[in-house]
Design a protein around this ligand. Sequence first.
Ligand SMILES: Cc1ncc(COP(=O)(O)O)c(C=O)c1O
Length: 467
Amino acid sequence: MALHHGDADDRRLTVAPFLGEADPLGAMELSPPLHRLADGPIPPDTAYQLIHDELMLDGNAKLNLATFVTTSMEVQAEKLMAECLDKNMIDKDEYPQTAELERRCVAILADLWHAPDPDTAVGCSTTGSSEACMLAGLALKRRWMGRNADRYAAGARPNLVMGVNVQICWEKFCNFWEVEARTVPMQGDVYHLDAERAVALCDENTIGVVGILGSTFDGSYEPVAEICAALDALQARTGLDVPVHVDGASGAMVAPFLDPDLVWDFQLPRVSSINTSGHKYGLVYPGVGWALWRDKEALPEELIFRVNYLGGEMPTFALNFSRPGAEVVAQYYTFLRLGRDGFRAVQQASREVAEYLAAEIEKLGCFRLLTRGDELPVFAFTTADGMPFDVFDVSRRLRERGWQVPAYTFPADRTDLSVLRIVCRNGFSRDLADLLLADLTRLLPELQRQPVPLQKLGVPARTGFHH
Ligand SMILES: Cc1ncc(COP(=O)(O)O)c(C=O)c1O
């Protein structure tokens, strides 16, 4: 969450007299607190209405094409979630059935990701992929420390190799756990990690390589199998044995259904762990994620803590202690409800919308596609050469109609390139895609009448996108 600072609160604000329930004048005394807790209580309906009205200023989740996170679930799932709001995931002893549903989800994912022996694969739920990545990174670091105890004690600094396109959680991991981030820059039209440049950065202090399925920047899959093969060759040449973690925040819930022939998961012996966000293409509201290790050796025992469970002990691995059980229950609901065929149908629909929309945008003639939505149902595009507007102008104008389409600049070495990105999720129908297309088509003549991109006239390029 954002870090907030305190501030003096001497504001007096009156609210609508009708909110005062029985006494309209009562509301005139109300002042929703901005900085300091009010002295007394207010009626629950009044509190509800005030906050409800304020939240209308938030964007409409369904028009938010920036987020990967689920914005619609069935009412039955919502009902289950409401029934489980008061359950703390960590109280395994008190809520053994929620714990059992978590166990089933881990087993289902282990099977989906071809763990060599789903019975010995280990895994846990998390608040999202960020926590899952922290846990997976920690396991990699501990394993490296175990293999290099003397050198670590003598000052060797562990490093992690990844593309510069990684999500910010990997920068956090490296920062928080004092690991050197070795990032491969973008190069020409290659916007993600490739095997050759990944291996070139590996040395005896490399705790692992992160491969992303798929990249947050443009939805493309990184070549995990090629990276593993190149690391196999490195091992044959030098003896260095570098494990791979697959950050499948989105793709680990897409590829198993839509790309069954793509080999990216535990079928590759070098892949030691995988994460996904249950709340992205796992189709659950925020926040649930999953981290899985191929076997017990991949997750050092000393990182595991024990909690009470039916009079015994249950192993847990987590950063947080307390966490809501509702999302885990909802994840099990999606597995139960959809099955493989249902998941395939949902993800296929999103991919078809993405591919359709990308192709239609290309036809407008004012844009150049970087990706086509045929891996993750996500694509990135930029303005064609010679346009008098830039991606920030397009993003700003679409916002006037409620669409949130983020515009942002690529990282090193392609900071010259700015793009728009569209994430197609469950609930973003072909119908909505056509409405977006109609809006974009309608505003293009106006954009084309601009003399230059507004940035050049001093209008700041607002990016609503943070990795
Ligand atoms: C590739 C990748 N990794 C990690 C994350 C972080 O995931 P979460 O938001 O579930 O913490 C994201 C989020 O977009 C992502 O795209």
